[in-house]
Design a protein around this ligand. Structure first.
Ligand code: ADP
Length: 483
């Protein structure tokens, strides 16, 4: 199959130049909706990664000296160009990732909002003066940590990178990014935009590869890299944490989730159904904060299940570029197999399929929106992230039981619940073991709030007033002999 014409780069970006792999190796990027090859991109390894790190190391010495206001101007320009190119970037994302075009547009705006936010935060790298003994003055200043290795996933090919890159370069760091092998084109487009915005060579580099372990090994075994920021699976996060221990690299890890969505008996059911639809089917369920378990009070379980099944069945499945499509394809065939395994296991343990349950008649990796009722907490789907369009309903009969089920997982990224009782809202929000809680709301992601998890879901926070701390070191300066 021939490559289709793309208006964005398909070479890797190192030290301000568009480059091929040393041996000319490349790998294909396919449209998940139809398997069409969109482009070939360089398949890089250790040597190219090392060069990117060295370029970032050299660029760091200059970038960290640039006044915050100048860094802010470039950040703001990146965000503005992204918005000016929103339609093209969204189209590219839907081609390589599959999500509906409206969601891609939203992701570009969300990605751009991080540049806007950190353009402002850039100017707030405050230090402190600490009262000390009378002959001394104690100061604290904040300085950029150095070269950052950023590894990102395929589900949000722009925004996951944007929120790392914006914070890092705002802080004065430089970046070597390794996008997911399934979706590197959106990252390369971001590199081109950064070039247009005047970001100096070497400050942001993109190494493309389908040998992630090789690139990951160089990023962690190279002492020039002082920080690893990763979004992806808990398994790979563990590998990177172990490797990062060699040079004591600072790490931020945004890992897997297993979000509960609890519907209490006093919930506004229609609002809960609308929130459930958004939290379950966005990006075909391939979201780390997707609602994975629907815990519903027994007194409203049947009504909620019926409403959710009706609303789910009405969602249009298809190619993300087609108007009106709400659910695109899953990213690859193994993702469909996991969804099928979860459904079969739940059904074998007594679950009932209320709607969906099968591959979609469009074939390929399209799957029907599926609602299961009467799901057992023993089922696989209760314990593993499905990453697909399946909503399992588990009922409970007391607040304690609902809370216990919600927390019965080693993951702790997001949780959601619906209730109208103020005291219960505080009780539950405080007791849920997760980094983020949506109360009567499932659209919780925003550049101004801290994104991140607890337990197996990770370390550190992205975005918000806390996000830049991940890329800064505090230095204490003691001035003596001041009489
Ligand atoms: P997912 O299940 O979402 O594909 P992964 O954790 O496998 O999550 O992938 C997230 C990112 O981690 C991708 O960019 C992928 O290429 C990268 N990755 C996978 N394995 C490794 C590894 N051993 N070292 C470094 N990066 C890796």
């Amino acid at each position: 199959m021939g490559s289709i014409e793309l208006s964005f780069p398909t070479q890797a970006y190192i030290n301000g130049a568009w480059v091929e792999a040393d041996q000319g190796a490349s790998f294909p990027i396919e449209n998940p909706s139809n398997g069409q090859v969109l482009a070939q991109v360089p398949n890089m390894g250790q040597a190219e990664t090392r060069r990117a790190i060295e370029a970032a190391g050299a660029a760091f010495l200059l970038w960290r000296e640039r006044p915050a206001l100048e860094r802010a101007e470039i950040l703001r320009r990146i965000g503005q160009i992204m918005m000016a190119e929103q339609e093209c970037l969204a189209h590219l994302m839907t081609l390589e990732q599959g999500k509906p075009l409206a969601e891609s547009r939203g992701e570009i705006a969300y990605g751009a909002s991080y540049f806007d936010w950190f353009a402002d935060e850039c100017r707030r790298g405050y230090g402190a003066i600490i009262p000390g003994p009378s002959d001394r003055r104690l100061l604290v200043i904040q300085q950029p940590i150095g070269v950052v290795g950023a590894i990102t996933p395929w589900n949000f090919p722009n925004a996951m990178l944007a929120r790392k890159m914006a914070a890092a370069i705002a802080a004065g760091c430089t970046v070597v990014a390794k996008p997911a092998e399934l979706t590197p084109l959106s990252a390369l487009a971001l590199a081109e935009i950064s070039q247009q915005a005047g970001l100096p060579a070497g400050v942001f580099n993109v190494v493309t590869t389908n040998q992630p372990a090789q690139v990951g090994a160089e990023l962690t075994h190279n002492a020039l890299v002082r920080k690893i920021t990763f979004t992806g699976s808990t398994e790979v996060g563990r590998i990177l944490l172990k490797q990062a221990s060699e040079h004591i690299q600072k790490c931020s890890m945004e890992l897997g989730g297993n979000a509960p969505l609890i519907v209490f008996e006093d919930a506004d059911l229609d609002r809960a159904v609308a929130g459930a639809i958004a939290a379950k089917y966005r990006n075909a369920g391939q979201v780390c904060i997707a609602a994975n378990r629907f815990l519903v009070h027994a007194s409203v379980a049947q009504l909620f299940a019926e409403k959710l099944a009706t609303a789910s069945a009405a969602l249009k499945v298809g190619d993300g570029l087609e108007p009106g499509v709400a659910i695109g394809p899953l990213i690859e065939p193994v993702a469909v197999e996991k969804v099928e395994r979860h459904i079969a296991d739940a059904v074998a343990r007594g679950a009932k399929i209320l709607t969906g349950g099968n591959r979609h008649k469009l074939g390929h990796t399209f799957f029907e929106p599926t609602v299961l009722s009467n799901v057992s907490p023993q089922a696989l789907i209760f314990h593993e992230e499905t990453f697909g369009p399946v909503a399992p309903i588990i009922s409970f009969s007391s607040e304690e039981e609902g809370l216990h089920l919600a927390n019965a997982t080693p993951f702790g990224l997001a949780s959601y619940f619906y209730s109208q009782d103020l005291a219960r809202i505080f009780r539950i929000a405080e007791k849920l073991e997760s980094g983020m809680v949506g109360v009567n709301e499932t659209s919780i992601s925003t550049a101004v709030a801290p994104f991140g998890g607890v337990k197996y879901s990770g370390l550190g926070r992205e975005g918000s007033l806390y996000g830049m701390e991940e890329y800064l070191e505090k230095k204490y300066i003691c001035l003596g002999g001041i009489n």
